[in-house]
Design a protein. Structure first.
Length: 224
């Protein structure tokens, strides 16, 4: 597909992937701030440890973005990086965008320890648990205490490692099902909830998509 067909709003979150001088992959978050169709894209300059990342003219970059039920990927080359009047990364305009779909029904098995936040009036309760499987629409969590009813809202959070990049995975959702028996009693899990995701920001969804997609890729490699 063509980049202009995406009709992205300015401020849309993007992920940049490049290779360090040592050959290790590096990933940074930025935003689309403008474009000249057929010529170049204007991106915000990402920061690392509070400092602006410096890119080299001619440096090759892979860009990922969340679109609909999948991830868009395209390649670009750094044209220049300007500092005045504010930092801008100029990237070559992509010839095309590749789309990798993630079916909403596709679930992947994980064993991710999480903190589960539930609100009861003005009180917020924190309970440990873990995600046992996840899709882009929802997940199944297991925990040792019955803390919610059907229809209650829960927030799940943990730091995850996505292909060497650490990010905060923040999932907000509604309890849609409850099962007493779980497959992980030995881990202290006595209750299982089915969660439907809701009210996620673009940044939160982008991290979640990347997390689900990376686990799908790992399982595909294992199957091969």
């Amino acid at each position: 597909m063509k980049f202009e067909d995406l009709k992205l709003a300015y401020g849309y979150p993007l992920q940049l992937q490049t290779t360090s001088l040592s050959g290790q992959p590096e990933r940074f978050s930025c935003r689309l701030i403008g474009c000249l169709p057929g010529r170049s894209l204007l991106l915000s300059v990402p920061k690392l440890a509070g400092k602006l990342v410096r890119f080299r003219s001619g440096q090759k970059i892979v860009v990922r973005l969340m679109i609909d039920n999948g991830i868009g990927i395209f390649a670009g080359v750094v044209e220049t990086q300007t500092m005045d009047p504010y930092p801008i990364l100029h990237l070559s305009f992509p010839e095309s965008v590749t789309f990798k779909g993630i079916r909403s029904a596709t679930r992947v098995a994980v064993q991710e320890r999480i903190e589960i936040l539930s609100a009861h009036g003005d009180n917020v309760q924190s309970t440990p648990g873990f995600i046992s499987d996840i899709s882009i629409n929802g997940c199944r969590i297991e925990l040792g205490a019955d803390i919610a009813e059907l229809g209650d809202s829960l927030t799940l959070k943990t730091e995850v490692d996505i292909r060497g990049v650490k990010r905060l995975l923040l999932l907000k959702g509604i309890v849609r099902s409850r099962v007493d028996a779980t497959d992980n009693v030995d881990e202290g899990a006595l209750v299982s909830y089915g969660i439907e995701f809701s009210d996620q920001s673009d940044d939160e969804r982008l991290v979640m998509y990347a997390y689900v997609f990376s686990h799908m890729a790992q399982q595909d490699q294992t199957a091969d």
